[in-house]
Write a protein that binds this ligand. Structure first.
Ligand code: ADP
Ligand code: MG
Length: 374
């Protein structure tokens, strides 16, 4: 039995093009419609800030406060979360250049943004992800790590600790300081973090692949075959301790090469997520734009199902401009799939008629130039 996490109140102040708005919601899905530039994506972005990180636009915090508002921005939300009712307040204040994100949960200062994941998980799909399969591997890695993060909140800390150790190593070898005890210490640290990252990615892909295989044959959304490439290829079935030794060896052997390259050439920061269209047996990057979109939607839906299964709570899903690329049959199938996942889903579009098949399953909100109306 999956429990529903749902937002009942969202209040924004000086948030992008919103001076001040209050949105009261029931647990049904939320459809936001309005013209280009009205503020639909901004509203979804505000919801995405109820999870750790930089939100669905990967924004610089200082860009979010409404132009002309010197006091920072604020987001306040009330929701039925994974541990019951909870109030979350986040935002910036004037004074520190708007760079520091404050977070209060039930009116108490949170120690870390990771605390948000005790209450809800937020997943999203936005038009900027449309080029995921053909774009740079760094985008796919980030996508992959977000998938892992929504199941395993410790993944983000591992990745940033790995980055820090790697930067220290790059600095040492870049300065020609091949002090073996220093370097070996850093490389051991990189190995334990890097292998943990690779294994967490591998485990998540295994679980996701299993779920996708169960849904195999869904005519609306093709299924993807997922694999990792570029780091410890073909070795990830081995025990972590052996993998760490392998990676430490690679780092030691690569010191002079990496010094010449100015960066570390082996590691989890070089891995790539490989996606294939299962039914066509073709690389996702070679599929048509429409097929790629359908693959991506299928992937996000499967992931939402995985998060629901693993945590017992359906995540909040943000599907920006989702109707645009889908025909009526696929839209209807999408609505049925999100219902089956059991969470509250936010969707945007320019035209309300695109969402007609939702009927009473959704509440409809019109967004006009930073204002909301029902
Ligand atoms: N910090 C900001 N202050 C004021 N307006 C902003 C800020 N950031 C973005 N905007 C404006 O918000 C508007 C709405 O954007 P968006 O939510 O992406 O629209 P859409 O409804 O098409 O999704 C844009 O016109 C943009 O210029
Ligand atoms: Mg938009």
């Amino acid at each position: 039995m999956t429990h529903k996490v749902s937002l009942s109140l969202l209040k924004l102040a000086d948030y992008r093009n919103y001076a001040a708005v209050t949105l009261t919601l029931d647990p049904r899905h939320v459809v936001l419609t309005g013209q280009n530039g009205a503020g639909k994506t901004n509203l979804m972005e505000a919801v995405s800030f109820l999870s750790p990180g930089r939100g669905l636009r990967r924004a610089v915090l200082a860009d979010i406060a409404r132009v002309g508002a010197p006091g920072g921005f604020s987001i306040f939300a009330e929701l039925e979360g994974m541990e019951g009712g909870v109030e979350i307040g986040t935002g910036t204040e004037g004074g520190d250049d708007g760079q520091i994100r404050r977070l209060r949960i039930n009116a108490t200062q949170a120690k870390s943004v990771d605390e948000l994941t005790d209450h809800l998980r937020v997943l999203w799909l936005t038009p900027s992800m449309d080029g995921l399969f053909t774009g740079p591997s760094s985008d796919r890695r980030r996508f992959l790590d977000r998938l892992v993060l929504s199941l395993d909140p410790a993944h983000g800390r591992r990745a940033s600790d790995f980055e820090r150790a790697m930067r220290s190593r790059n600095k040492l070898i870049g300065e020609g300081r091949f002090d073996p005890s220093w370097l070996t210490g850093l490389e051991r640290q990189m190995a334990s973090l890097g292998v943990a990252m690779a294994l967490a990615r591998q485990e998540m892909l295994g679980l996701l692949g299993g779920l996708i295989a169960q849904g195999h044959g869904d005519p609306a959304f093709p299924s993807a075959t997922l694999s990792l490439d570029g780091f410890l290829d073909g070795a990830l079935h081995q025990p972590a301790i052996d993998l760490e030794d392998i990676y430490v060896g690679m780092l030691q052997d690569g010191r002079y090469r990496d010094a010449a390259a100015g960066r570390t050439l082996d590691g989890p920061h070089r891995a790539d997520l490989m996606v294939r269209h299962r039914e066509k047996d073709m690389d996702a990057g070679r599929c048509s734009t429409g097929e790629q979109k359908a693959l991506l939607v299928g992937l996000i839906l499967a992931h939402a199902r995985l998060v629901a299964n693993m945590t017992g709570h359906a995540p909040i899903l943000l599907l920006d401009e989702i109707a645009a690329h889908l025909d009526a049959g696929r839209r209807a199938a999408l609505f049925d799939r999100i219902d089956a996942i059991g969470g509250q889903t936010f969707m945007t579009g320019t035209d309300r008629s695109m969402f007609e098949a939702l009927g009473e399953r959704a509440q409809f909100i019109t967004v006009t130039d930073g204002h909301l109306s029902v």
